[in-house]
Design a protein around this ligand. Sequence first.
Ligand SMILES: [Zn+2]
Length: 187
Amino acid sequence: MTNDSHSLPIPFALGEQVWWVGNGYREESITCPECAGTKALTMIRGNGEQVSLECNYCQLGYNPPRGVVSRIYYDHRPTLFTPRRVRVDGDEITYSASEPDATCYVTAYARDLFTSQDECQARCDILNAERTRAEEDKALAMLTSKRQSLAHSVHYWGNLAKNLKKQLEQVEARLAVVKQKPEGGQG
Ligand SMILES: [Zn+2]
């Protein structure tokens, strides 16, 4: 530890049991909300034409759709925590519950630790509400952007198909003209 920065009081004594908001993070696989697990979507274009496509919401990169997506849930609840080590990084104080020779680290920010279980519960409620809302906003933004790119690709591939058909017709017409020409001529 260097002494050249301002000193910061260490709020909790090592070895003294306190309440922690817990890890509170759970990831689960759920049925894709966009295709209901069918992996396909039907789009109806402005002119009433129906287009069936692979679901891009449950697709990762260029892989085929999976029919499921992972969703993150926040479920913080007061959890007993015994600080064994403390680390100060700038104004941030982090406690570790692990022994120095542990292979698995459980760390907690000082702001997420409380001596009173009620205060800890209050912090858990705030964290659950905030993080769940952020997660829902993110999911909605993702859905919107995936729908836009889906609409874009229907438009893009539809136009490309139309243009290629037109080109094919032009090529075939050209070939028909070539065939009609008398043979034997050079080039
Ligand atoms: Zn899907």
